[in-house]
Design a protein. Structure first.
Length: 364
């Protein structure tokens, strides 16, 4: 069974999208990495045009970030002040990224730029992850404990205009988080990813934030960056397809929960090497498709409004006639899904604890 996406103008198999997004979600939950740099290439492989894959994955990231950030908010593991400073840089970077995206789209090279960006990013991340995981396995075999350097100073630590961040107990230049946010926002706008693979290490090793505050603050920043990316892509290009976003969000949120549970029970050092190899393979496939594979031009599918169901027709007309409000609606749609998923997860967790406590009480 295939479903027609009215915005992207392609047919996709919803079962494949759900399973694939769930798989990426499991990997994200298992290794604590964002799934955007895997899901976007997978969407492209399934026939979704790169520009649409980037936009819809950004909206999916918004929903999953809202879900995760809500959980951290309830646990009070967020540094709002640091987050807002990073968001300032992220907003600037996103604007620059959208400008760059528009330039290459206007000259007809945006698909090539997206493919090249993913090829290089996946090659770099995959290589670094593979080296790190093999080192972890080697140290575990030799029973070697790595001695970490507590204080490493870079040029960025000498920047002026220092500010106190009471939650993180830091006294840091505001330019440090702003510059980090700028890079994250720029990449998010072009590639449709949350940027956690840059943001999280930068928070830990450059800003020196407490580890317990990093995941929640990273998700908090990703929300704002994804909101800007989603709105600008929707308003400028009308490329957000809510049917696709709904399938991505459902699969991703379920997958993340499964991945987090698996991560608590198994040693992920060996699996991290397999993930690194997967990233390298995806990068190689993208490189082959970009430079060596024969390009097959797909015929544009023209579907009249009479051939669409009510929901598909509504999305198509809404995005075309009112792009500003459609952009806002896309953001609200993702936020509601994210908050709903967070509270459902919290309810099920609370119910499970009460049920186990009841069973334990009855067994006594």
């Amino acid at each position: 069974m295939e479903v027609f996406l009215p915005i992207a103008q392609v047919f996709i198999n919803p079962v494949e999208i759900l399973l694939l997004s769930a798989l990426v979600g499991i990997l994200s939950g298992l290794f604590g990495v964002g799934g955007g740099f895997l899901m976007t290439p997978f969407l492209i492989f399934m026939g979704v045009p790169p520009a649409y894959a980037v936009a819809n994955e950004a909206n999916n990231i918004l929903a999953t970030s809202v879900s995760g950030s809500t959980t951290h908010y309830l646990k009070n593991t967020l540094d709002y002040k640091m987050g807002f400073i990073i968001v300032i840089g992220g907003s600037i970077g996103t604007a620059l990224g959208i400008y760059t995206f528009t330039y290459f789209k206007d000259i007809g090279k945006i698909d090539t730029v997206i493919s090249l960006a993913y090829m290089y990013i996946l090659a770099i991340i995959g290589t670094l992850m593979l080296v790190e995981s093999l080192s972890e396995i080697d140290r575990a075999k030799k029973n070697i404990t790595e001695r970490k350097k507590i204080h490493v100073h870079y040029w960025i630590h000498g920047l002026p205009f220092r500010m106190r961040f009471p939650k993180s107990k830091l006294y840091e230049s505001i330019f440090t988080p702003i510059l980090i946010g700028l890079v994250v926002g720029f990449i998010a706008a072009i590639m449709g990813i949350g940027g956690a693979f840059i943001l999280v290490p930068a928070m830990i090793y450059i800003i020196k934030m407490p580890t317990k505050l990093v995941p929640g603050t990273s998700l908090f920043v990703t929300i704002f960056v994804s909101v800007i990316v989603t709105f600008l892509h929707s308003f400028n290009y009308g490329s957000i397809d809510l049917m696709l976003v709904l399938m991505l969000v459902i699969g991703s949120i379920v997958g993340v929960q499964v991945g987090q549970k698996l991560g608590e029970q198994i040693d992920s050092s060996g699996l991290k090497a397999l993930l690194a190899i997967l990233l390298l393979i995806v990068g190689i496939v993208i490189a082959y498709d970009s430079f060596f594979a024969e390009k097959i031009m797909q015929e544009n599918m023209t579907t009249s409004n009479q051939d669409l169901n009510f929901f598909s027709n509504f999305i198509k007309e809404f995005s075309k006639d009112m792009p500003f409000f459609y952009g806002l609606f896309s953001i609200l749609f993702a936020v509601v899904l994210g908050i709903g998923a967070a509270f459902i997860r919290r309810f099920l967790s609370s119910w499970k604890k009460k049920y186990l406590a009841k069973i334990a009480k009855q067994s006594k």
